[in-house]
Ligand binder design. Structure first.
Ligand code: ADP
Ligand code: MG
Length: 379
């Protein structure tokens, strides 16, 4: 592993996550090559070089592996074969095997089930098999989810009954493999974000509590307001998942909490998540700095939270009357605005976020909600 600071790192994807990775890597003295087919990729301003090509373009991948000593990805939908072939020439973290598992919801659920990790009740439905028997035994209401490329609640449909499920399977999801899950009464949603080094050492950030709006993450509260006992159990499961996957990199495990303390793993992401942006200003090491450290074989950074921190997503909807009044955020001393440099705001598009820290979690939430209201974000 290299420890010199003149090396070039590569990242597949130049969205906001790739941009934040690039900023962290450049801050630490590395050059960064970003591969992204979008000529307006948000990471381009910070990249040493932007290869504007498809993720499977052989020439682009050749150029990337020729220039970079180590390569990572900002999202899970990179074909695992691409990561595999890059790893013949460079260090690649996360490795193709865990990405292959978690990039497909059916494989991810099967992995969880076969290793006895708790999940919501689910069945995998193959397009060429009659779903009647499986669905007759199923508990409704339920959610049908596509197995690939779903995000921010996209690729999901809620169904109230057996009949409705059959209709959806024949229309929206015709000829597709899907996962159907019982709709659970969620008390809380949590994410555990961890960094696992090639040595096997794991550093965990404090557990975050997530609130969604229209299927999209709206607010993250760190630390989560849960008991010691639940914290320990959640961390333990996330660590076991990372170990079972022989994972190296930053990993996210999303959990559902039903009732007082029933835990279920919802999904796994092989990367820093949106719900980890509180670490940018709230923690000793941000999730992107940790991604750089792990990729380069450097020591893991400490993950302590300085103060309770709340993150609020800023969606394109906010721009409906022009540029939002940022002074609402900037005049609060403990609030930090972060914009992703995207040129076109669209409803549902993640344009930025703000973080706010306070001596108590309650105070951080109260201040965040006050700013949200002043910006006109609906609850
Ligand atoms: P995505 O890839 O879009 O994040 P998720 O599976 O995490 O997909 O689902 C998005 C959100 O939908 C979850 O964060 C949760 O709020 C809700 N959701 C998903 N599955 C269930 C379920 N089985 N029961 C209740 N709510 C669910
Ligand atoms: Mg999710």
């Amino acid at each position: 592993m290299m420890n010199s600071r003149s090396a070039t790192l590569g990242i597949l994807g130049g969205g906001q996550l790739g941009r934040m990775f690039t900023i962290a890597a450049r801050t630490m003295g590395y050059d960064v090559v970003v591969l992204d087919p979008d000529p307006l990729a948000p990471a381009r301003h910070f990249a040493s070089h932007h290869i504007c090509a498809d993720y499977t373009d052989p020439q682009a991948l050749q150029e990337l592996s020729n220039t970079c000593v180590a390569i990572t990805t900002e999202f899970e939908n990179i074909p695992a074969t691409v990561l595999q072939s890059l790893s013949d020439q460079c260090v690649v973290f996360p490795q193709s095997e865990p990405v292959f598992i978690v990039q497909n919801r059916a494989r991810e659920k099967s992995f969880l089930q076969s290793n006895n990790f708790p999940t919501s009740p689910f069945v995998i439905l193959e397009p060429d098999k009659d779903p009647t028997d499986a669905l007759k035994k199923f508990t409704f209401p339920a959610i049908i989810k596509t197995v690939q490329f779903g995000y921010d609640g996209k690729g999901q449909v809620r169904v109230q009954s057996f009949e409705e499920a059959i209709t959806e399977l024949q229309t929206t999801f015709a000829h597709q493999t899907v996962v159907i899950e019982t709709l659970l009464p969620l008390r809380l949603e949590l994410s555990v974000i961890l960094g696992r080094a090639h040595t096997g050492q794991i550093n965990y950030w404090p557990i975050a509590e997530n609130r969604h709006r229209n299927g999209i993450l709206d607010m993250t509260i760190a630390p989560a307001r849960i008991s010691e006992e639940l914290t320990e159990r959640t961390i333990k499961i996330a660590g076991q998942i990372a170990e079972k996957l022989h994972y190296v990199g930053v990993l996210t495990v999303e959990f559902f909490v039903v009732g007082m303390n029933q835990l279920m793993v919802n999904e796994i992401a092989p990367r820093p998540p949106n719900s980890g942006h509180f670490t940018l200003t709230g923690c000793q090491t941000s999730q992107f700095e940790q991604q750089v450290r792990i990729l380069c074989g450097l020591p893991l950074g400490p993950t302590e939270l300085f103060q309770p921190t709340v993150m609020v997503n800023l969606m394109g909807d906010l721009w409906d009357k022009g540029v939002p009044p940022w002074e609402v955020i900037l005049q609060v001393p403990a609030a930090k605005l972060h914009l992703y440099g995207k040129t076109t705001p669209r409803p549902g598009r993640k344009m930025g976020h703000f973080n706010i820290s306070a001596p108590s979690t309650h105070e951080a939430i109260t201040k965040a909600e006050q700013i949200r209201r002043q910006l006109g974000i609906e609850s």
